[in-house]
Design a binder for this molecule. Structure first.
Ligand code: GLN
Length: 574
């Protein structure tokens, strides 16, 4: 929407107090959403405290999904929340780490760009942080830039970032707001909300020269008026700047809840801005619809990263894509986490797959659990269970087909077996040197690339357009030497890079299977709650159909599954 009347760029800093994992990312995304709904151009930025230059080298099972931007940035999963909420595409300017900041300061020092001065943690590090925040604002031409800091106040690593905020605020007090996301515990013994930890977090902010301008009170239940008054006193703020942020049914309720608290009005007022429009209707309708949905489609996710901290964080974009697609056909997705290593130990367990509507095999790396995944893919192919493979999932589906349908018994990927007689999945040629030289960081085939779709294919029908663009993150590809052999046996490469070098989609024709599609790219990064991804939608439709047939034909098999972490809960960690 065109800006009416130019304003100076505004900045909203979102910082956590008390503890992590209370949903800072969703809160920052929701602030972006509600301000956008008032007619402002927003940008969301995430600053992470770690020394890693990007998230690409961090184990997703520990830190959550690695989200890939259009330009190939491998970033924190919160950028996924931002994109899903505001539909603004993130690029490398939307993501800062301590590693990037130091790397740039040291580069400048080596280039004599400090003109012989000594380079200091203060003020040169905060200055570089500010430079990056302002670069993000310019790149996005944002009227309001929302900057979320990872971690919580009081942490050592956060100091240079808070100092950057203080410097910006002291220069432009009316243009910079600090939003503290706090947590109000309710000890079971007392049964009442306590504000003391929030007061401590406010003190921590005071000690670095900042006072919050807003406090968002995360809690199981709404913040009481009493507690709001206490916190407003501690922060010398009007009580309407203390916002209740209780647990909600789905994360898509968070902007709706913020608006119940009139947050966009108060925020705009604090920034000296006026609302230009009000446009949250579709979103609110979706949030309402989600709550009413009672019919389920059961989706099994067969993977191998389930034994860690939070499976929901590891697969957040996949889960959300499944949800978006399911909601669009009036269903609630019930996700079952099916650990593939169990199928290696006991192949009889594969029978449990008969109880699902469809199976997703998400991305991954390395050999552990892979034979179990391949066994599950075979089961799905032979029994006509809808199967959707994402990146590694596509590669493993190709291997399964090569082994069991094309007579290449020991087919494999060279990622696992460098001596396989049939390397149906092999290095993208330019990747070999990266691995040999241990040049791992940011060197995969990353970001958005075009794909041409084959007329008449399942993919072409789903997308309803001949050319698409999707995001990638991989080093291996379908080995061109095997394409002809695989196609002769019925596998269709229905998506190919325009230079015809890389196979981007593998599928079985509709006549052979209800839905058997693998994508070398990650469609999950581009699904939106109000615009589900076309392939996820086709997959879900096929899964719903199968679920209905199954119900008619038999009792579902007993499922042996891990605890289902897909129960809706409010907010996720930042
Ligand atoms: N390990 C595979 C590769 O590097 C797949 C990567 C993925 O699933 N993102 O090509």
């Amino acid at each position: 929407m065109a800006a009416k009347g130019k304003t100076t760029p505004k900045y909203i800093f979102v910082v956590g107090g008390v503890m992590s994992s209370v949903g800072k990312g969703v809160a920052a995304a929701s602030i972006g959403k509600i301000l956008q709904s008032r007619g402002y151009r927003v940008a969301n930025l995430k600053a992470d405290m770690y020394v890693n230059v990007d998230a690409g080298t961090i184990r997703p099972a520990e830190h959550g999904e690695v989200f890939v931007g259009e330009d190939g940035i491998e970033a924190d999963q919160d950028l996924g929340n931002y994109e899903r909420f505001t539909d603004q595409l993130s690029t490398r300017e939307n993501y800062i780490t301590t590693g990037q900041v130091y790397q740039e300061v040291i580069r400048k020092e080596r280039n004599l760009e400090y003109h012989g001065e000594d380079v200091e943690v203060y003020p040169d590090i905060p200055k570089e942080i500010i430079r990056r925040i302002e670069a993000c604002q310019r790149k996005n031409n944002a009227e309001i830039t929302i900057v979320e800091y990872g971690g919580t106040v009081g942490e050592y690593q956060l100091f240079p970032f808070l100092e950057a905020t203080r410097m910006m605020k002291s220069k432009h007090p009316a243009d910079v707001m600090v939003v503290l996301i706090s947590y109000l515990p309710t000890p079971a013994l007392l049964g009442e909300q306590k504000s003391k930890p929030t007061q401590r977090a406010v003190n921590d902010l005071h000690s670095v020269g900042l006072n919050p301008d807003f406090v968002l009170c995360r809690a199981e239940r709404p913040a009481t008026q009493d507690i709001k008054r206490t916190i407003s006193n501690v922060c010398s703020l009007p009580v309407e700047r203390i916002i209740s942020a209780p647990d909600v049914y789905s994360i898509y309720d968070v902007p709706v809840n913020f608006e119940k608290e009139k947050l966009s009005d108060t925020l705009l007022g604090a920034l000296g801005l006026k609302s230009r429009t009000k446009d949250l209707k579709d979103w609110m309708a979706l949030a309402r619809k989600i709550k009413k949905m009672d019919k389920e489609v059961v989706i099994g996710i067969v993977g191998k990263y389930f034994n860690f901290k939070s499976v929901k964080d590891t697969y957040i974009s996949v889960i959300e894509s499944v949800n978006h697609a399911a909601w669009s056909v009036g269903k609630k997705a019930k996700i079952l986490w099916l650990d593939s290593e169990r199928y290696e130990r006991d192949p009889k367990l594969l029978k449990e797959l008969e109880g699902v509507g469809g199976i997703v095999v998400p991305g991954g790396f390395g050999g552990r659990g892979v034979e179990g995944i391949i066994a599950a893919i075979r089961y799905a192919r032979e029994k006509g269970i809808p199967l959707f493979g994402l990146c590694y999932g596509m590669q493993l589906a190709t291997i399964e087909f090569a082994r069991n349908a094309a007579g290449l018994a020991k087919a494999n990927t060279t990622e696992i077996d460098s001596k396989t007689p049939h390397p149906v999945i092999d290095f993208i040629p330019e990747q070999r040197a990266n691995v040999a030289e241990k040049n791992y960081g940011g060197t995969m085939r990353l970001g958005a690339y075009p794909t041409t779709l084959k007329p008449g294919s399942v993919a072409r029908e789903a997308y309803d357009t001949p050319r698409i663009s999707e995001r990638h993150r991989h080093r291996y590809e379908v080995n061109p030497k095997y394409i002809e052999r695989l196609e002769k046996k019925g596998l269709v490469f229905s998506g190919i890079s325009p230079d015809r070098r890389l196979m981007e989609i593998a599928e079985l024709p509709k006549a052979a299977h209800p839905f058997f599609v693998g994508t070398q790219f990650h469609p999950e990064f581009k699904s939106r709650p109000l615009a589900p991804h076309p392939l996820f939608r086709s997959f879900i439709k096929a899964s719903v159909k199968r679920g209905e047939q199954e119900k008619k034909n038999r009792k579902p098999a007993v499922l042996v599954v891990r605890p289902n972490p897909n129960a809706h809960h409010a907010l996720r960690s930042g």
